[in-house]
Ligand binder design. Structure first.
Ligand SMILES: NC(=O)C[C@H](N)C(=O)O
Length: 335
């Protein structure tokens, strides 16, 4: 008789969100309370987890993800790095609210120093709802984190039976189960029959390949996002600068075009030393350097394919290393 294969050790770090949410009734799918169920009860609700991994749980935070902050990210990333450095941890799953899940995934993709799997997971329906998606999503996330296939793939997101890349995935719908998508580039694979199936991979550098080290950091530089629209008003940008912003993401219209009325404020911000990154509110496509604005002349940076909220994360980390815009532009073409 051959011994049963040894199960991987997976730690679930719980941070709250709808996956840990409860509603007034089984038909409550909006207006429920996020972040009420503790990690041990999340694990207990899915006894099948024991078949795919030796699971342990830690409650890191208990928040709705709209309240996720830079400080939460530093705490979480440091914990992930400590756990993955241990021989008795093979992978980490992070339960998370869906609203900012894509941001945490990209932050970790840039600062986790391990090739071991890190998988973020959430739910669109609270745990008390009919056909809640949390339990199957959690099961899929744990088996993915326990799988050799997920090693070295960067931080992953497991939602709706699909495997998504932390860099590229985004929430595209306020409420449906298929809210997590990677438009145009596509998701990386499926989870089916308790197995991950990978078909593609991002070529951008991640985890052990990055130059970022948050080990000694207690905070991150202030970077804010200004949103572009017709009749755009520069007041928000000026206010962010007055509040001490070290970087500004300009989530411009189209290919990041700059409204004439806003250009003086952008130039003034740059003159004060803030790094300006041109991104787009459109959600897809390359933000072309020297396209809709002369970035060389303005000394601005182009966001490439990062959406504004992900560009904010890369700029914060970049500013922990340098304020040289050429160097920062290189980073935007690398990660
Ligand atoms: N579906 C969710 O998880 C939404 C919730 N507001 C959160 O991000 O925590």
């Amino acid at each position: 008789e051959t011994a049963a294969p040894k199960l991987a050790n997976v730690t679930i770090l719980a941070t709250g969100g709808t996956i840990a949410g409860t509603g007034a009734s089984s038909t409550t799918t909006v207006g429920y309370t996020a972040a009420t169920v503790g990690v041990q009860n999340l694990i207990k609700a899915v006894p099948e987890l024991a078949k795919v991994a030796n699971v342990t749980g830690e409650q890191v935070f208990q928040i709705a993800s709209e309240n996720m902050s830079n400080e939460h990210w530093l705490t979480l990333a440091k914990r992930v790095n400590v756990l993955l450095a241990q021989n008795n941890v093979d992978g980490v799953v992070i339960t998370h609210g869906t609203d900012t899940l894509e941001e945490t995934a990209y932050f970790l993709d840039l600062v986790v120093k391990s090739r071991k799997p890190v998988v973020l997971v959430g739910a669109m329906r609270p745990s008390t709802a009919l056909s809640a998606d949390g339990p199957i999503n959690l099961y899929n996330a744990v088996l993915l984190a326990a799988s050799p296939e997920a090693v070295g793939k960067g931080v992953l997101v497991a939602m709706n039976d699909q495997i998504q890349a932390g860099r590229d995935v985004t929430k595209v719908n306020t409420s449906t189960l298929d809210s997590f998508r990677t438009p145009e580039f596509g998701f990386l694979g499926y989870i089916q029959g308790s197995k991950p199936f990978f078909y593609r991979q991002s070529l951008r550098k991640h985890t052990t390949e990055t130059e970022f080290d948050i080990g000694a950091l207690q905070s991150l530089p202030q970077v804010d996002i200004v949103y572009g629209y017709a009749n755009m008003n520069p007041v928000a940008l000026d206010a962010f600068m007055a509040a001490g912003a070290k970087g500004i993401i300009h989530a411009g219209v189209g290919d990041g075009s700059l409204a004439s009325k806003v250009v003086p404020s952008l130039k003034a911000a740059r003159a004060k030393g803030a790094v300006i990154v041109r991104a787009s509110r459109v959600g897809q496509g390359i933000l072309a350097r020297n396209g809709e604005a002369n970035d060389d002349e303005l000394d601005f940076v182009a966001a490439d394919t990062l959406n504004p909220q992900k560009a904010r994360i890369l700029l914060m980390l970049a500013l922990t290393k340098t304020s040289n815009t050429k160097e920062i532009q290189r980073m935007f073409y690398t990660y």
